[in-house]
Design a protein around this ligand. Structure first.
Ligand SMILES: [Fe+2]
Length: 162
């Protein structure tokens, strides 16, 4: 994409490219996570079925919002947003889920692992965008990490099999 399409907002074009690549990575990751959560919503079984079916529905509804916000943040930098499954599967930092008959506790363990992976990666990237002087994206990712941290707390609490 031509650099002159980038927003003229006081950021170097090369930095906008790097920042938008970071955001595209999270868009891909949010989409991959969202499909994984839908799998679990549809396929969960057992004594906790009702609770987890509804819990997963809340998570994927929130997650769909996160993905939309990341996509629109990319557009605010003047960059077009990736929108193909092939690119998402290449860029996501979490693996997709192909197993459709996992035990409920394994579903929760996988979601906790993915959520914590996202949080750790985001923490590094917040520092990177801060160093480039992009306060808008820094603030955006700081808000997004808090949402994942809250989701992580809820998933972690459900993982405690007392
Ligand atoms: Fe449903």
């Amino acid at each position: 994409m031509a650099h002159n399409d980038h927003a003229n907002i006081g950021l170097e074009s090369a930095d906008i490219q790097k920042i938008s690549d970071i955001l595209q990575k999270y868009l891909a990751t949010e989409i991959a996570l969202n499909l994984k959560i839908r799998n679990y919503h549809w396929n969960v079984e057992g004594a906790m079925f009702r609770d987890l079916h509804l819990f997963f529905e809340g998570l994927y509804n929130d997650g769909a919002q996160y993905a939309d916000e990341v996509a629109e943040r990319i557009r605010m930098l003047g960059v077009h947003t990736h929108a193909s499954m092939a690119e998402y599967i290449e860029m996501t930092i979490i693996s997709e889920e192909k197993n459709i008959s996992l035990p409920a506790m394994e579903m929760l363990a996988n979601l906790l692992k993915d959520t914590e992976t996202i949080i750790r990666e985001m923490r590094k990237d917040i520092d990177i965008v801060w160093k480039m002087g992009d306060q808008g994206t820094e603030d955006f990712l700081t808000a997004l990490i808090q949402k994942h941290e809250k989701d992580g707390w809820m998933i972690r609490s459900l993982c405690k099999n007392k």
